[in-house]
Every structure is written in C-alpha cells, then in structure tokens.
Design a protein around this ligand. Structure first.
Ligand SMILES: [Zn+2]
Ligand SMILES: [Zn+2]
Length: 525
C-alpha cells in the first residue's frame, strides 16, 4: 500500500516537473533533445520520459478564459507555456546574434592586435547584449500575454448586440494596445544611443508598412504616375543638406566627415606651399561661413591682390576665411565663390573638376561596398560558380550597379556644391537667401533617379531615418518640443503598435520579408 502511495506520489512529482518543462521546451523541442541525448542516456541506464509522455503532460490543461485576467495565466499549452517559450527563445536568438555582430565589428581590430580567441570572447560586451536580449524577450512575453487579454476583453461574441459596432471590437485593437503597452520593455536595454537607433528604425519601417496597408485598403487613393518612393531621398536630402550647412551641432559627425572628405575641391585644404605658421581655416570653419555669407545676401568680392588696403575690413565672423581670400584669384566677383574655389574663377570648371576627381574615388568606394555585399550573398555566388557563369553574372550585375552608385554619390554631392554657386548667378541676392538651401538639397537629391527603383527605396528609407532623427533634434534645439527623458520609448511603442496591428491583420503589407521572418521567429508563430 505504502509502495503504491509512493509510486503515485513520485508520478505526480514527475508530471509536475514535466509540466514545468513545457514552459521551456515545445513538444518538438523535447523530442529532438530526447533523440539527441538518447545514446548518452542509454549508457548511464537513465530513463527519461518519452516524447509521447511529454506530449500527454503538455496537453493536459484546458483553456481557462473565464475572465480577461485569467487568459494571462491560462496554462493551456498555447497560452502561458507557449508565451514563456517564445520569450526564452527570443532571448537566446537576440543574445547570440548581438554577440556575433559585436564579434564581427571588432574583428578587424582584433586581427591587427593578434588577440587569442579567449581574449576576444572576454572582450565581448556580454552584459550589454544580455540587456538587449532581455528587453526583446520581455517585449515578446508582455505582448503575447496582453494580446490574449485584450482579445478576451473586447471579444465581440461576448458583447451585447447593441455594442457590436463598437470600435473596440475591431480586430485591430488588441494587437495595437498590446504592442503599445509592451513598448516600455525597451527601457531594459540600458544603451540609449542603441535605443534611439532601434526606435528610429522601427518608426521608419512602421511608416512604410502603414502606408502600404492604407494603399492596399484603398484608404490612400491611387496617386499620380510621378508619385513614388523615389521622392523620399530628395525630400530627406533637402533636410540633410540644410542640417549639414545650418545646424552642424546636430548633424552626425560621421556623415559630416564623409561629405567634407569628399569635397576637397570646394573645401580647400591648406595649399602644400603654404607655411605652417600661417593660419588656414578648418573644413568646418569653411562650411559654417556658407550660411553666414547667405545671411549677408552673398557679398561682392574685392580681391586684396587688386585693391590692397582699400578692401573693406571683414566682420569678425568672416575673419577665419581671410587667408583664403588673400590668395584668391582676382577675377572672382563673389565672396562665396572666392572661398569655395579660390584658385579657379569659373564655377563650371570647378564643377567638372569635382566630378572628375570624386567620380574616381566614388567608383573605388562603390566597388568596395559591392564586394562586401557580394560576400553576404555568398550562397547564391557559389551556385553561380557551379554554373560557371560567374564572370558574365558579375559583369552584368556588378559593373552597372557600381557605376550607378558612383554616379549617384558623386553627382548628388557635386550638384549640391555647384548649386551654391549657381543660385547666386540666377536668383536675386535677397530672394530666399537661406531657404534656397532646401531647394538645393531637393534638386541634388534627384540624382537618386539613376539608381534602380529598389535601391531608390532602400536609399530613401535610410536617409529618411537620418532625417527623422535630425528633425527631432532640430525641434528640440528650437524649443518647439521638450526633450522628454527616454522619449524614444514613446515613438518606439507607437511604431511597434502599428507594426503589430499590421502583422496580425494584414501581414502582406509588411513588405520586407526579413522583418516578417524576424517577427514570426521572435513571436514563435
Ligand atoms: Zn488559454
Ligand atoms: Zn562658384
């Protein structure tokens, strides 16, 4: 009798333990772990419950959705156990991917300093990756629990017929509210610059998907033929160029360096024969004077070489440029041109010189970018190698892509510079002195049209993200909005709410297959 009692007691405990395991492992996961460990378990004569037993235990609990709250702790295999499993798997996935990315980022530096594998692994920011992974997995757990809660709370079948057309019964509401309320989980990630990067990325994607969904539902009417994603780049370019020239304090320094280093024809470095003891303005000092000269309505240039001491004295804010004006070609008539291309009086010749010089650099740059992207597409490359078509494939794809990319970069930057000169010649001096910079950015951004439509969208979305970030900083700088502490979480939550609503109701509007796959993997669906 006592043996029987013990047996049933231990069976009960076994079943309880097995049930706890369903919070970590799915039936499939248990079966594959069991198969994997079978040889080892056979050797030590240990007997573990079979996958069939596991499945029986995992299926034993019924749904308990009597009240909205009870859905959160419902022990049915598709409710709480599935949610915790998804959370755990999201943690493992994000933690691993984040460490792999960190490893790849630090690889070149590591190779140079010849570190051992142990040193490399010890150097990985595991804490930071763990916090990011924890924040994603918490989001998943809260989102999945709240979706069940709101679906039960707003279930149209449980409402009185009179309130059927109630807006909250719309299938859009539960994922929206769940996606929104799970948003603060992002705060678990302590790295604020990374939080801002993620939030801006998610925001730009949510705008794109919402637009797609509204187009599919015909809420946004059919647009004229010229309307398209190609407009994204000129519009954001107009904001980027103006921020580069007018608000360098909020402009990302990496892009500042990228443009300045590619514009040596306009941002003249110290001439090689110029003595080190003599002052020469820095690149930023030159760029900053463009806005000042514009606000002074593009003053005339009086060459010190011709007029000597008769040249009117410069205001203090223009003094840093004096060394350039002193050696500028006397044929210049505008201070702006004498600053930007001091030794060449013709704006057009400078423009062509720029294209010739930077065109070659851009070709090299795009060649490098294309090679890296080829490495990422390694699998299809191997397939092509097998088919012995590699040379024709590379020639057919790479050469036009590299040329288009190089033309786009060179001509967009060249045109932006040339228009600073060009507008002076066509527009009256007092006509839109500062706001013409926006027009300049838009026109030079039109060079995106040389790229293929898919690349136009990629480039447009990328610059839109930068543009959103800059607009936010600009509004904060102008005091239009207050920089709320952790404010990025607000737009992250709203953007995730939109994405989750679309994912649940119109998954096809999520046009990026990568994001669709990432969402289904993270949510375990
Ligand atoms: Zn349930
Ligand atoms: Zn000029």
């Amino acid at each position: 009798m006592s043996e029987l009692y013990n047996n049933s007691e231990s069976d009960k405990k076994k079943a309880q333990l097995l049930f706890l395991l369903t919070f970590v492992l799915s039936n499939k996961g248990y079966a594959s772990t069991h198969n994997l460990l079978a040889p080892v378990l056979g050797k030590v004569h240990a007997k573990f419950p079979t996958p069939v037993e596991f499945k029986a235990v995992s299926n034993c609990k019924p749904h308990s959705h009597n009240t909205p709250l009870s859905t959160i702790i419902c022990l049915h295999k598709d409710c709480l156990p599935q949610t915790t499993r998804a959370g755990l798997s999201a943690f493992v996935q994000v933690f691993s991917i984040s460490n792999v990315i960190e490893f790849l980022i630090h690889l070149p530096g590591i190779l140079k300093r010849k570190k051992s594998i142990n040193q490399i692994i010890n150097g990985l920011p595991m804490d930071s990756s763990a916090r990011l992974a924890l924040s994603v997995s918490t989001y998943v757990i809260i989102y999945k629990s709240l979706v069940r809660f709101f679906m039960r709370l707003f279930d149209p079948l449980l409402r009185k017929p009179s309130s059927f057309d109630d807006i909250v019964c719309s299938p859009l509401v539960p994922p929206f509210l769940a996606g929104l309320l799970a948003g603060p989980a992002l705060l678990i990630d302590g790295d604020q610059p990374r939080r801002i990067m993620i939030s801006v990325y998610i925001l730009s994607k949510s705008l794109q998907f919402t637009y797609n969904a509204l187009r599919q539902n015909r809420i946004i009417p059919k647009m004229p033929w010229w309307w398209g994603s190609w407009l994204l780049f000129p519009i954001s370019s107009s904001q980027l160029i103006s921020a580069y020239l007018l608000h360098p304090d909020i402009f990302p320094s990496s892009y500042d360096k990228f443009i300045t280093s590619r514009s040596k024809i306009y941002i003249n470095p110290r001439p090689s024969d110029f003595p080190d003891t003599m002052p020469w303005p820095t690149g930023r000092e030159i760029v900053d004077r463009i806005a000042i000269l514009s606000s002074l309505y593009f003053p005339e240039f009086y060459s010190p070489k011709l007029h000597g001491r008769d040249v009117p004295p410069l205001p203090d804010n223009l003094k840093p440029i004096q060394p350039i004006w002193e050696i500028a070609h006397p044929a210049h008539s505008k201070m702006m041109c004498a600053m930007l291309h001091h030794d060449e009086p013709s704006c057009l010749v400078t423009y062509t010189k720029f294209i010739a010089k930077e065109g070659v650099n851009s070709l090299k740059f795009m060649g490098m970018i294309y090679t890296i992207s080829l490495l990422f597409r390694g699998k299809s490359l191997i397939e092509r190698l097998v088919m012995k078509k590699i040379i024709t494939q590379v020639l057919n794809n790479a050469v036009p892509e590299i040329f288009k990319g190089a033309t786009f970069i060179t001509m967009a930057i060249a045109t932006a510079w040339a228009l600073i000169c060009g507008f002076q010649n066509v527009l009256p001096n007092k006509f839109m002195p500062i706001s013409r910079i926006y027009l300049n950015g838009f026109i030079s951004g039109l060079w995106v049209l040389v790229e293929s439509p898919k690349r136009r969208l990629d480039i447009g979305m990328y610059s839109l993200r930068l543009s959103i970030e800059l607009l936010w900083k600009l509004l904060v700088k102008k005091g239009k909005i207050r920089n709320i502490r952790n404010g990025e979480v607000i737009y992250f939550s709203l953007a995730m709410a939109m994405i989750m609503t679309i994912y649940k109701n119109k998954p096809k509007s999520i046009s990026s297959p990568y994001i669709r796959i990432a969402l289904s993997r993270l949510l375990g669906e």
